[in-house]
Every structure is written in structure tokens, then in C-alpha cells.
Design a protein around this ligand. Structure first.
Ligand SMILES: *[C@@H]1O[C@H](CO)[C@@H](O)[C@H](O)[C@H]1NC(C)=O
Ligand SMILES: *[C@@H]1O[C@H](CO)[C@@H](O)[C@H](O)[C@H]1NC(C)=O
Ligand SMILES: *[C@@H]1O[C@H](CO)[C@@H](O)[C@H](O)[C@H]1NC(C)=O
Length: 310
């Protein structure tokens, strides 16, 4: 038998505890899927999430959430060609507040390659207040990646955009800063899996210190408590490629360090977004319970150079 010193036992317990940090306790309506978060100039929080017309929830304290309604309460007919239905679920929005306006990118798809990402804006973020700014980029069966799950990082006037995917993985392009629309459809690759049917999607690019971090969701979403979604990360000193995981494996070769997986009653965490709030970086995600998906929020600690859920 292996004899452990009390210190080794303690450090083993700490390791387990770090991997199993529960979400911050939230209340109100938190039944979200694929959340993104922004904060307006009055400090009010908005979470946009997958739903018919994209669901909007708000909070004044980031703890208690209220369902407000849909971005498009009467449907979004311009998306119907990509969902094959009227007022179907629109997927995985990405929100940015510019100081005076909400910009929200969101996807229309059935999971096939016939997919599109659209952009909308609003000065209030209220249901029904959004203006359709049109098609950002789209894919068809002629493409080898899928135009879903938008992520935007605006830095020094460059609007970096990640999207995808399954198929050949997560792609990068830039958006025209004057429109928020892709200037052209040329892409570079950020991450790809060769295992698990290429199950990598829901990317988020986040800058911390001198690194760009690419968070992705691996494996299977959307199967209730059978979901196997888990949140992975790699980092790079350049935004448009070169991401490696903690072991040095390129994300384009299937690399990805686990940030958060299923633990206890928290099943299939994924669909994540990372936001810099006044109290530091937070990880915003969904997870499953027997009653449906729920909003998860945790702090992230980057002091080791890699994000740790705390
Ligand atoms: C953005 O601008 C800041 C300040 O000028 C600079 O330190 C940083 O390197 C720039 N980042 C990029 C990606 O150009
Ligand atoms: C297409 O977009 C890329 C960035 O995604 C840019 O580097 C390239 O110059 C653009 N090409 C054209 C022809 O505009
Ligand atoms: C981040 O983690 C390090 C190492 O555990 C700790 O020393 C530091 O206080 C933490 N930072 C914050 C802001 O909690």
C-alpha cells in the first residue's frame, strides 16, 4: 500500500475540490442554454440564450434572473431558410455592449451545413427592440465547416470572429468593424478534433494578460442528463491560430485542456462564454439537471497562466 503524508492527502483533496467547484448559487429563471452575457451602462446584466427568437433574461446582481421575452417575439423570417421552420430555435448568441448599444450575433441551423450567423442591434436590449443587421456569414454543403456558435473579440479596432462547428472544427475570420459583418468568407483553422465525430463547437476567444484563450465545448450537448458536454481550453500569443493545450498539443490536432466537466449534479457543462466583470473573469455556461438546462456562473483564476474554475 502507498503511504501518503498528510500533506500529500491534503493536496490530493485540494486537486479534487478544484475540479468540482459548484456553480455560484443563482435564483429566479435560469433555464438557459448556450448563454452569453453583457452588462449595460447602468450595470444591468443581460443573458441571451438559445430559444425561438433568442431568449433574454436580466439581473441587477448577477444572482437573481428574470425572463424578459424574446429578441424576436414574432419570429425572424430571414432565418427560416436555415432552420426549415417558422420561429424555430435560434442558437448560441454572442453579445457585446458597445457603451450605447447591444450587438448580438446568433445562428440559424438544423445542425446540417446549411447554416448562417446573423447580427442584430438594440439600444435597450428589451424584447422586440432589436434591428436586424443581416447575414454575417453562412455555409452550405459546399463547405467543410458549419457557420454556428459565433464568438467575437474586439481588440484595437480588429473584430476577431470565431465560429463552428463539428466537421473540420472551429474557424477564424475577421468582421468589418463598420458593419459587424464578415468582409469575406476566407477562414483559418483554430481547433479540430479527429475523435468523437469531430465534436468541438461553441468557441469563445478571451484575452487575458499576453495570451488569447480559446475555450470550446467538446462532445455531446442537448441530451438532458445524458449530455457529455465539457469545456476545454488552449492558448496562443496570436489570436488567429497557434493555440496549444497545457500539454503542448495543438488544438488543430485534437488538443484541449479540461476546464470543467460533469461533476455531482452538474451534468454536461458547456455552451460557454467568458466575461470580464468588476470582480474578475467569469465563466458563464449551461449545465443539465433532471429538470432541464440551467445557467452556471463561476469565477476563473488565470494566475497559473491557465484558467481554473473557482
Ligand atoms: C493593442 O494595443 C495595445 C496598446 O497600444 C498594445 O499594447 C497591444 O499590443 C495591441 N494588441 C494588438 C493585438 O495589436
Ligand atoms: C479576407 O479576410 C481576411 C481576414 O479574415 C483578410 O486578411 C483578407 O485580406 C480578406 N481578403 C479580401 C480579398 O478582402
Ligand atoms: C488565484 O489562485 C492563486 C493560486 O491558488 C491564489 O494565490 C490567488 O489568490 C488566486 N487569485 C484570486 C483573485 O483569487
Amino acid at each position: 500500500m502507498l503511504l501518503k503524508t498528510p500533506l500529500a492527502i491534503l493536496s490530493a483533496l485540494v486537486t479534487v475540490a478544484l475540479a468540482q467547484v459548484p456553480p455560484i448559487s443563482l435564483s429566479g429563471d435560469t433555464a438557459v442554454h448556450d448563454p452569453t452575457l453583457c452588462k449595460d451602462k447602468n450595470g444591468k446584466y443581460f443573458v441571451f440564450a438559445t430559444a425561438p427568437g433568442i431568449a433574454i433574461r436580466t439581473s441587477t446582481d448577477r444572482i437573481t434572473w428574470t425572463f424578459e421575452g424574446a429578441m424576436w417575439p414574432n419570429g425572424a423570417p430571414w432565418t427560416d431558410a436555415y432552420t426549415g421552420q417558422s420561429n424555430a430555435n435560434l442558437w448560441a448568441p454572442e453579445c457585446h455592449y458597445t457603451g450605447s448599444e447591444f450587438l448580438v450575433w446568433y445562428a440559424a441551423s438544423t445542425g446540417s451545413l446549411n447554416s448562417a450567423i446573423f447580427l442584430a442591434k438594440s439600444s435597450t436590449g428589451a424584447p422586440g427592440s432589436f434591428t436586424n443587421l443581416g447575414l454575417v456569414t453562412s455555409t452550405s454543403t459546399a463547405n467543410d465547416y458549419n457557420a454556428i456558435d459565433p464568438s467575437v473579440l474586439i481588440e484595437n479596432g480588429t473584430w476577431n470572429f470565431a465560429l463552428g462547428s463539428y466537421y473540420t472544427g472551429i474557424k477564424y475570420m475577421t468582421l468589418d468593424p463598420s458593419t459587424g459583418i464578415a468582409s469575406n468568407s476566407s477562414v483559418t483553422s483554430l481547433a479540430r478534433r479527429f475523435a468523437a465525430d469531430g465534436a468541438v463547437e461553441g468557441s469563445t476567444i478571451y484575452k487575458y494578460g499576453s495570451y488569447y484563450y480559446l475555450f470550446t465545448s467538446w462532445d455531446m450537448c442537448c441530451h438532458g442528463t445524458s449530455s457529455t458536454y465539457n469545456i476545454r481550453v488552449g492558448r496562443s500569443s496570436t489570436v488567429n491560430g497557434g493555440y496549444v493545450d497545457k500539454s503542448g498539443v495543438a488544438l488543430t490536432s485534437g488538443g484541449g485542456t479540461l476546464v470543467l466537466g460533469s461533476h455531482g449534479n452538474i451534468i454536461g457543462p458547456g455552451g460557454q462564454f467568458v466575461y470580464t466583470d468588476n470582480d474578475g473573469p467569469i465563466l458563464v455556461y449551461h449545465y443539465y439537471t433532471p429538470y432541464g438546462s440551467r445557467l452556471g456562473i463561476n469565477h476563473l483564476n488565470f494566475s497559473s497562466g491557465w484558467p481554473v474554475v473557482v
